[in-house]
Design a protein. Structure first.
Length: 327
């Protein structure tokens, strides 16, 4: 019988997935779910045939330089691959896969939830009730802003951006987007989406901006201090993508000065560290990177990881291979 591949998993995964992986592969699990540090990651790449990292594990050139000769596949548990040095992996002949598609709808739901939470002041309202300070209903208390009839500018109209656009259309928003490439006219037509070739021009005209592009060298601080200044003061920002796409300090300063209406943030530039000033602001909703955090989604992701490993171990091209050229 063929030797089972040694699969090293860096974080705790759903039980059904771990059980299935134990059956199929020579699987080494992380039972206590502590995020591995660099020494543990180096140990993992030295011993594994297949590494299953998550978004918390930086598989950079330094870690990959220590990879053993057996490491042939990095089957990441997640869609974003900005934690993996794809170029070094390719140079070392290591295939990389991710889990696209299965967390699209969940992340789009969370983006809508954040957008409504910040514009209708959900977190603030709940804090008021829980504090015991609520004095009762008043015609001018806790007023937010309606979202219907407003303009939503989506940065990155990929899978998640399109799923968000469908939902936002149902909520009566008009859809605008900026993307590296204009999407197919049929998709544009279905979403009644307006394409802005110039991100700067789009930003200056929106009521709400949502970030739905991946973090790559090209999108690092795409919303720079200069670009943030193009937004009008009544504009809300929502980010369920990656913190690095926004200059968090510049955003925080603008929120403090009232130069923006508010922000709904699920991701941060140096998470889990957060600019402490953000914690003092009422016009922000802050979540601990839970955009795709559903039980169903995590199981779907695990199944994708398993299929990628199995296909690769059987000598075929895995379905979710990631290439540098995709970004
Ligand atoms: C999860 C994510 O945190 O998939 C991504 O890119 O950011 C999140 O949905 C991640 O999948 C866990 O590894």
């Amino acid at each position: 019988e063929k030797k089972k591949p040694v699969v090293v998993v860096t974080r705790k995964l759903p039980d059904v997935i771990e059980t299935r992986m134990m059956e199929l592969f020579d699987t080494r699990l992380n039972h206590d779910d502590t995020p591995p540090g660099v020494p543990e990651l180096i140990e993992a790449v030295r011993t594994a045939d297949v590494l299953v990292p998550t978004v918390t594990d930086r598989i950079d050139a330094r870690v990959l330089a220590q990879a053993g000769p057996n490491l042939r596949l990095i089957a990441s548990f997640g869609t974003g691959v900005d934690h993996i040095d794809l170029k070094t992996a390719r140079q070392r002949g290591i295939t990389v896969t991710n889990t696209p598609g299965v967390l699209t709808e969940d992340t789009a739901d969370m983006t809508m939830a954040l957008l409504l939470a910040v514009s209708r002041r959900l977190s603030e309202g709940e804090r008021l009730v829980r504090s015991g300070e609520w004095k009762g209903w008043g015609p001018t208390t806790m007023l937010g802003h309606r979202i219907w009839g407003k303009r939503l500018g989506i940065i990155g109209l990929g899978r998640i951006g399109q799923a968000l656009a469908k939902r936002a259309k149902g909520f009566g928003l008009s859809i605008h987007y900026h993307n590296r490439r204009r999407v197919h006219p049929e998709i544009e037509g279905e979403l009644e989406a307006t394409y802005w070739e110039s991100l700067d021009q789009m930003l200056a005209r929106m009521d709400i901006v949502s970030i739905n592009c991946p973090h790559t060298p090209a999108t690092y601080h795409l919303l720079s201090a200069r670009r943030l200044q193009l937004l009008r003061p009544h504009c809300y920002i929502v980010n369920t993508s990656r913190g690095e796409v926004v200059d968090e300090n510049a955003l925080t300063r603008m929120l403090q000065k009232g130069e923006l209406a508010g922000a709904g943030l699920d991701v941060f530039e140096h998470e889990p560290a957060i600019n402490p000033k953000l914690l003092t602001l009422d016009n922000v909703v802050l979540l601990p990177h839970m955009g795709s955090a559903t039980i169903e989604g995590r199981i779907d992701m695990g199944e994708k990881v398993i299929i990628n490993i199995k296909t690769f171990a059987d000598g075929h091209a895995p379905p979710d291979r990631v290439l540098e050229a995709m970004f």
